[in-house]
Design a protein around this ligand. Structure first.
Ligand code: PEP
Length: 255
């Protein structure tokens, strides 16, 4: 059965002590169950300590980014193998902050996705439109480009393990959430697109998370949508009780 996946993106937040404390709280989440997979993506420098804290629990860990080369003179970068080495299962790629603040384009994101898959690290590929793109009626075109370019050269087998996070940029960290209907409409479009790129079985296997100001009080309605398979959570993942509330809502949504 496809599990809901609730993953926290801690971004450039926490310090050593609060990262370990957050991991400790997450580890004892009462709502993480066989139906809901939970994960956390701490800053690189705290990955090892968070991994140690999470060890023996069902909570998985991910990196927030990586470079596509396996090793070498790439100052400031980390490789897929390094993330695996410290216990990561996932890596967030193509996050809107990487695309729009750091200037990453589709080609770079695609190289990273392919390198992650080749190394056995599961990409969480983030896609989503800017406010002006939504207002110009370009949401589907942008999402289609992010997905078709992001997954170029990725085999059907590897694609089945990829997680897609639909994150409308105008909803990230703004307190504005896409309505459950708006989110599901884009998720349906993504599911159909994945079916066209691969096949309907592969499309059905791929988990599509929603991200953008998910909070305990809006999570149940969002997670109850037919095509929403979890959430990528920024701000609310930094507070253990709020994140726990989102996990509980996901557990309720899948019955
Ligand atoms: C994110 O950055 O992936 C995100 C969804 O952030 P927030 O939940 O704070 O909107």
């Amino acid at each position: 059965m496809k599990k809901m996946f609730i993953c926290g993106n801690w971004k450039m937040n926490t310090d050593r002590r609060s990262a370990i404390a957050l991991a400790e709280a997450l580890k004892s989440s009462p709502s993480a169950s066989h139906a809901v997979e939970t994960g956390a993506c701490p800053p690189f420098v705290y990955l090892s300590e968070v991994a140690e804290m999470l060890s023996g629990s069902d909570v998985s860990m991910g990196g927030q980014n990586m470079y596509f080369e396996p090793e070498g003179a790439f100052t400031g970068e980390v490789s897929a193998a390094m993330l695996l080495d410290v216990g990561c299962r996932y890596v967030i790629l193509g996050h809107s902050e990487r695309r729009h603040v750091m200037g990453e384009g589709d080609d770079l994101v695609n190289r990273k996705v392919r390198a992650a898959c080749a190394a056995g690290l599961l990409p969480i590929l983030c896609v989503g439109e800017l406010l002006e793109e939504r207002e110009a009626g370009q949401t589907e075109a942008v999402v289609e480009r992010h997905i078709s370019r992001g997954l170029e050269g990725v085999s059907r087998e590897d694609a089945g393990e990829v997680v897609i996070a639909y994150e409308p940029v105008w909803a990230i960290g703004t307190g504005k959430t896409a309505t459950p209907g708006q989110a599901n409409e884009v998720h349906l479009f993504i599911r159909d697109l994945l079916g066209r790129i691969y096949d309907s079985d592969t499309a059905a296997k791929i988990r599509i998370q929603y991200g953008g100001s998910v909070k305990p009080d809006n999570a149940l309605e969002l997670m109850s949508q037919s095509e929403v398979d979890g959430a990528l959570v920024g701000g609310a993942s930094l507070k253990a009780d709020a994140f726990e509330g989102i996990i509980a809502a996901a557990a309720e949504a899948c019955g």
